[in-house]
Write a protein that binds this ligand. Structure first.
Ligand code: G1P
Ligand code: ZN
Length: 538
């Protein structure tokens, strides 16, 4: 039976950089998730009888909302839902399923790298038929709908068993439970030279992959240990848990410390990698060498033709504006397009769909390509393995050789988390007002608030971050996070280009010290937020 339930709008159901993210306690308020899901359906057209992909990263509350979403899809007239076994799907795997099976779209339950558990975060996002995050136009429509919603529709049916692969019916809708890994693993096998990687392993190459108690455990176990033959135990924290085993599943040097401490010292494995809560981010390290995500994008682009999936070369490279300019130098040398977009993967969608960009990346540990429409953690790990298998050099050798050829973009991001929202907005406003007078001071050649004109659909997105660009190409960028769930997070991105190879071995924070001091002084960070230092440095 289909119920029409009376409801009233909740404030603040505005999708951020990547869907709607709130505390679990907020999502548990009666009707909260239902309102948002109904607002998504109400903003779509022509889905009757079509397929909807549903899955999540397994975090706390995933199991409840999966059932709600299935019932609501049935009540709204979808013909089929394709659900990952036990309600699990990594974000890139969900994107692939949408594309491969020509689904109308998908609902992904995830708050990405944010902590999980009853006091942690939860999230819901909608991906469109191209497999990518809903474009701005659609998220605006969804938000408008959340403010006007009066009813939602849901079936009264009992919970669907999601443990077994196969099909059942819910009224006139088919519920298809699928193996969450199989299709994705097949795609990876088509893109990368698994035989070359097996040869590398046979030569004694070792690695450690940290799934951080999150969704990539089953994917990494099946692909790295099962298909490629890395020894059992190569994947650590491989069982997805509702609270990620207490991990903060954000693969950076701070939160993936357990892995870093294993891989960095002499005698550690040759290669280390980690992924985040929903499997779209990646951390790459080699013995004694951390690879910044910005460098990783540039290096993968420069070596792409060593892999079967990209053997014909790249159409172009896209990076988010705060990501370092390292990839631009590779694009220039290859004679291909270089694109600079606002923060957030959704801005790559048009470039990928139009065939203008092949590889994309963000400084926030996101790398990906046109194989799906999300960033993809394991994809980046496998591409690195393929490059390592072909070059037979260490990670450190590959990175330093890259710097010698292209120069090094010293780069760091400083996050000031959970600062007072009003103070953060005041800081940004004051900076914006200062922009014209900053040019000419401290070697600043250009200062603006970044706007993006989409070269494919002509749309314009404004206020995407304050940029201070120096005459020598150095940059300081300020923006406020769009994914946080408490207070505001100020992100400051600092970059300096160093062409001279004899100066490539300086510790990053030391190499950037004068710019870091300037970034704090110009914005008056301590005076305005009370913070003398950032909470996280990556
Ligand atoms: C952060 C990252 C951004 C990424 C997003 C979703 O967004 O900075 O690059 O696309 O998470 O993973 P922010 O919190 O900065 O808005
Ligand atoms: Zn993520």
């Amino acid at each position: 039976m289909i119920l029409t339930v009376a409801t009233a709008p909740f404030e603040g159901q505005k999708p951020g950089t990547s869907g709607l993210r709130k505390k679990v306690t907020v999502f548990r308020e009666p009707h909260y998730a239902e309102n948002f899901i109904q607002s998504i359906f109400d903003s779509l057209e022509g889905y009757e009888g079509q397929t909807l992909v549903i899955g999540g990263d397994g975090r706390y509350y995933n199991a409840d909302v999966i059932q709600t979403a299935i019932r609501m899809a049935a009540a709204s007239g979808f013909g089929r839902v394709m659900v990952g076994q036990n309600g699990l799907l990594s974000t890139p795997a969900a994107s692939h399923l949408i594309r491969k099976y020509k689904a109308f779209g998908g609902i992904i339950l995830s708050a990405s790298h944010n902590p999980g558990g009853p006091d942690g975060d939860f999230g819901i996002k909608y991906n469109a038929g191209n497999g990518g995050p809903a474009p701005e136009k659609l998220t605006d429509a969804i938000y408008a709908r959340t403010k006007a919603i009066t009813t939602y529709r849901i079936t009264t049916s009992p919970d669907i068993a999601l443990g077994r692969i196969g099909e059942t019916r819910l009224g006139s809708m088919v519920v298809q439970v699928v193996d969450p890994v199989a299709d994705y693993a097949q795609l990876m096998q088509a893109l990368f030279d698994f035989d070359a990687i097996r040869d590398l392993i046979a030569s004694g190459f070792t690695m450690k992959f940290d799934a951080m108690g999150a969704i990539t455990g089953p994917y990494a176990q099946r692909i790295l240990e099962g298909m490629l033959g890395f020894p059992a135990g190569t994947v650590m924290n491989g069982i997805p848990l509702p609270d990620f085993g207490g991990h903060h599943p954000d693969p950076n040097l701070v939160h993936a410390k357990e892995l870093v401490d294993i891989v960095m010292p002499p005698g550690g494995p040759d290669f280390g990698a980690a992924s985040d809560g929903d499997g779209d981010r990646n951390l790459i390290i080699g013995r004694g060498m951390y690879v910044t995500p910005s460098d990783s994008l540039a290096i993968l682009a420069a070596n792409a033709t060593l892999t079967p999936g990209y053997a014909k070369g790249l159409a172009g490279i896209a990076r988010s504006m705060p990501t370092s300019c390292a990839a631009d130098r590779v694009a220039e040398k290859l004679g291909i397009g270089a694109y600079e977009t606002p923060t957030g993967w959704k801005f790559f969608g048009n470039l990928l769909d139009a065939g203008k960009a092949t590889l994309c990346g963000e400084e926030s540990f996101g790398t990906g390509s046109n194989h799906v429409r999300e960033k993809d953690g394991l994809w980046a790990v496998l591409m690195w393995l393929n490059v390592l298998a072909k070059r037979r050099q260490s990670v450190a050798e590959i990175v330093t050789a890259h710097w010698r050829e292209y120069g090094r973009n010293y780069y760091s991001r400083h996050d000031y988390e959970e600062v007072d929202a009003e103070a953060a907005n005041g800081l940004m406003k004051a900076l914006r007002e200062q922009l014209p007078s900053l040019v000419g001071q401290h070697g600043i050649a250009m200062a603006d608030d970044f706007s993006f004109d989409d070269p494919v659909d002509g749309s314009r997105t404004t206020h995407q971050g304050i940029r201070l660009i120096f005459a020598d190409g150095s940059r300081i960028i300020y923006r406020l996070s769009g994914t946080g769930t408490a207070g505001a997070t100020l992100r400051v991105y600092i970059e300096r280009y160093e062409p001279d190879a004899s100066r490539h071995a300086i510790e990053t924070q030391a190499a950037l010290a004068d710019l870091i001091a300037l970034s704090r002084a110009l914005a008056g960070i301590e005076a305005r937020t009370g913070r003398a230092a950032p909470t996280v440095i990556t």
